[in-house]
Design a binder for this molecule. Sequence first.
Ligand code: ARG
Length: 594
Amino acid sequence: MDLSLEKIINNKLSQCFEKLGLNPQFAVVKVSDRPDLSDFQCNGALALAKSEHKNPREIATQIAAELEKNSDFAKVSVDGPGFLNLTINDSLLAKVMENMSEDERFGCEKVSTPKTVVLDFGAPNVAKEMHVGHLRSAVIGESVQRIERFVGNKVISDTHLGDWGTPMGMIISEIMLMHPEWPYFDDNKTEGFPESLPYDVEELTEIYKKANAHCKEDESARQQARIITAKFQDGHPGYRALWQHLRRISVEAVKKNFDALDVHFDLWLGESDAHQTCYEILKLAEEKGISEKDDGAVIIRLDESNKPKPPVILQKSDGGFTYHTTDIATVKMRVDDLKADEIIYFTDKRQALHFEQVFEAVEKLGIAPGVKLQHIGFGTVNGPDGKPFKTRDGGVMKLEDLINMSKDKVRESVPAPEEAEGFASVEEARKYIDNLVEEIAVAAMKFQDLKNNIASGYAFEIDDFAKFDGKTGPYIQYAVARINSIMRKAEAAGIKPGKVIISNKEERELALKIAQLNTIIMRTHHDKEPSIISDYAYTLAQAFSSFYNAASIMNAETPELAASRLRLAVLTRDILKQLLYLLGIKAPEVMLKK
Ligand code: ARG
């Protein structure tokens, strides 16, 4: 038996269509828009009316008469111009619940032909501290990574560090001004470079700010930074050594941030790793005759028949490669070395044009035949004023500060270790609570991000995002912990999960909700839109709440009902945990509330 209820119904419907000589392609149901009328609806009769030269109601009535013979349907009706409304039998629903709970994937299907999907997200820039803009890329990318793996694709995630552009040249140039005595700047020197650089990432950020200011006001500083960039890209030993230091310091800081967010990558490559391939791209473009010289630079002109589009600059007049070139070269590497079938990029949607240009150049170069390239652009994280989120004093909000701020917020609603009950010592309480605060804070931040449609920006709900009620991460975590506690009590009372019996409206609603799981996950995978899962997790937690309030497990009317309800509770808990996992959120065993 198929484990997905929707598929089971589609199959039954299909058989019925075939029997009546109707095209089974239209035998598709969806969850009813009117749950008061039916569980599922099918609009197939309307679609068939034309080719069948019949009135849709007539076709629907014919189908309904056939379906009524099937005992799995409790009610079949034809409504409006020819909608089929289907209500399934409780016994079928109960059977589906049992099958789902016996399967470790809860009956969720896998993609029929697994693909190698390269995900490019996080993507911080070396020497610049991560800010809230990187939060979205990391959070969305991590969730999509988990979802793609769950549906059976082979995922390779790569941070694609911004470690190769002019900012690096700017910083080196600034350090040169600060420390002319350092050995790095000598053109031929390869010895005497210190083992490490006496800076941390915050100092580097300050140096970058200074360099930026210099370059803004002074053309010669800009020129100098460009020369240094070209030289270090070309392999100048001292600049390269300095660059290695800068990169290492930044990567350490970035790793700390990503770890705190429970975001993980298979590869820590960067723009720099594409450098050699950039030359290949240059050569290929020339061979194919798609590049041209323009004012000393090498460019690829793009198709402008639909809209004006700036050309791609492959090589600047000073010999340096651009953000476009490294991205084009990286596509080639991902296709050649990683065998990517799909490459998906997650950045702020303001980079949409960049990716349009890159994808078009890739197409012209023919370096990724049949590979699907997709840019998923997201909106900004805003403050209460609707503008990009800032610190109180108007500065850029650093990711680390944001995490700390979230933790402080969460601490307001959990007990202090000294007041927490049920721990052997204050020390033990502190350990549990510190970890709990972290898990709740990350859940709050991630869920608030993932409950929104990717393309739209959102306001950071400073007062509400970490609340235990409402559509928040902590609310779902709380729902899981609540079921954990129910399970502990049930176990103590000797109740074991048993055969599923649907005995009231709330049980039925919960079961129907659970039965949607496969459709929800496949839709999230297809649309690359984790908000579909967060939305579902929220309504599932709510359905559980109504179910639990309506009928007791501990004081159920019969032992059979207690066992059935416990089984539904366990299934709900396991699914909620799975959903949280897919959103990149942990589910603490026990939650503590002040
Ligand atoms: N480092 C870039 C930034 O911070 C994002 C890079 C996105 N990935 C890419 N392959 N271009 O804006």
